[in-house]
Design a protein around this ligand. Structure first.
Ligand SMILES: Cc1cc2nc3c(=O)[nH]c(=O)nc-3n(C[C@H](O)[C@H](O)[C@H](O)COP(=O)(O)OP(=O)(O)OC[C@H]3O[C@@H](n4cnc5c(N)ncnc54)[C@H](O)[C@@H]3O)c2cc1C
Length: 392
């Protein structure tokens, strides 16, 4: 169907979890015509390929708030839209292996607890007792939140597809955003212009290219990230395996189909799109996992995939108006954990300039200098993402 000569109250670019939930929230806020542009198919970007980890144990107050809001949304979805993203409360342990990590973890715990996260400190013996699969005596303790968990990313794509169609958002798949004209009142697409009251730009790992089409420099990048799932084993029954994030190594795991799903980013990976499996790095991931969870050492893999994950230089989200009518939203590689919160906050900012989800005053594009450096401290709980946007 041609979109030429149409007008909309809002046009949202990108049919991933950020754009889709944002379009849904704009429609729920009362906008009559909301159009979602996706150059391919809904969910074809990072959103269908993620590991699904949802954690309230954030490294900054904004991260905590976005995690809390998103988890609450996942729990309320069934009542609101008749389906859900498959949130499973699994419990998440962040173990410490050095005294420095213990000190940092206690500081974070105080901040998180003050914001209402039910996180607690487990001593080394408690860590071992809570993790019968973990090699004993490895840790100096760790923080644990029983309410953290994971969603099922393909189910999240199905949930937002249902929400979009059910709420009356006009979804335009296979229609590419090409730019803005007429003081941002006209959205140029591969099927002609659409008049727009508001525009929200998303794009995940491709957000910088989307921004460029709109005349914006957006310091967001993409980098390869690998995930694999082991064979089943009785010791990996979900009742015995909390989720774990070995922060220093950048390795995380969670139960999946009777085995373990594990993911890891190579800190030396050059930025850029890449979906080839790196067998050498996969072997490193497996060795680290087997050292901590010995039973995995003898297990084959049932699935392996590599995909491009979005990131920002400070590993924090971008939520802010770039121009009066144009809002930019990026989850900074945490779109399962923060996605609904980022999407609702972006919808709020587009409509009113601020949000009750999270204080967005520090999260806009104006925190970056010309070279893309942020004035904010980097989120201390993140994968080892690059801090530069390009490899050059
Ligand atoms: C392997 C992997 C594991 C991950 N694990 C986790 C995890 O455990 N927890 C977590 O919180 N996060 C995780 N993430 C990150 C999370 O998936 C992303 O942060 C999130 O999906 C980003 O959503 P998005 O909507 O911004 O981007 P995307 O899902 O990439 O969607 C952007 C969309 O924009 C479209 N688009 C681009 N250009 C245009 C254009 N010109 N016109 C129209 N459409 C356009 C693309 O086709 C795409 O569909 C993981 C990511 C990967 C790759």
């Amino acid at each position: 169907m041609s979109v030429a000569d149409q007008t909309a109250d809002a046009v949202v670019v990108g049919g991933g979890t950020i754009g889709a939930w944002c379009a849904y929230f704009l429609r729920k806020a009362g906008l009559a015509r909301v159009v979602l542009l996706e150059k391919g198919l809904l969910g074809q970007g990072a959103s269908s390929r993620a590991a699904g980890v949802v954690r309230m144990q954030g490294g900054t107050p904004e991260a905590v708030r976005l995690g809390q809001w998103s988890r609450g949304f996942y729990l309320s979805q069934h009542d609101e839209i008749g389906t859900d993203s498959g949130f499973t409360e699994q419990g998440y342990l962040l173990p410490c292996f050095t005294e420095e990590e213990v000190t940092a973890a206690h500081e974070r715990l105080r901040m998180q607890a003050a914001l209402g996260v039910p996180v607690r400190w487990l001593g080394p013996d408690e860590v071992d007792a809570a993790n019968p699969t973990l090699a004993p005596g490895q840790t100096l303790g760790g923080t644990f939140c029983a309410q953290d968990g994971f969603i099922r990313p393909p189910r999240n794509v199905a949930a937002y597809t249902a929400a979009l169609l059910g709420s009356g958002v006009e979804v335009r798949e296979r229609v590419a955003f090409l730019g803005l004209a007429d003081d941002d009142r006209s959205v140029q697409t591969s099927q002609g212009p659409i008049g727009a009251g508001l525009v929200v730009l998303t794009g995940g790992p491709k957000l910088a290219a989307v921004g460029q089409l709109a005349g914006l420099r957006i310091p967001a990048g993409g980098v390869r990230h690998q995930v694999a799932v082991t064979e089943r084993h009785p010791e990996l029954d979900p009742a015995r395996v909390p989720m774990v994030f070995d922060l220093a190594a950048g390795l995380y795991w969670r139960p999946e189909e009777g085995g373990l799903l594990f993911g890891m980013s190579n800190p030396d990976e050059p930025p850029g799109e890449n979906r080839e499996v790196d067998e050498g790095y996969l072997a490193k991931m497996r060795a680290r996992l087997a050292a901590l969870v010995p039973v995995t050492g003898g297990l084959g893999l049932r699935r392996i995939w590599a995909a491009t994950i979005d990131y920002t230089p400070d590993h924090l989200p971008i939520i802010g108006r770039a121009r009066d009518r144009v809002t930019v939203a990026c989850a900074g590689g945490a779109g399962m954990m923060w996605g609904p919160g980022v999407a609702r906050a972006a919808a709020d900012v587009a409509l009113t300039g601020s949000s009750d989800v999270v204080d967005t005053s520090q999260l806009g594009l104006d925190r970056f200098d010309e070279a893309g450096r942020s004035r904010l401290a980097t989120d201390p709980i993140a994968l080892p993402f690059p801090e530069r946007i390009t490899s050059s």
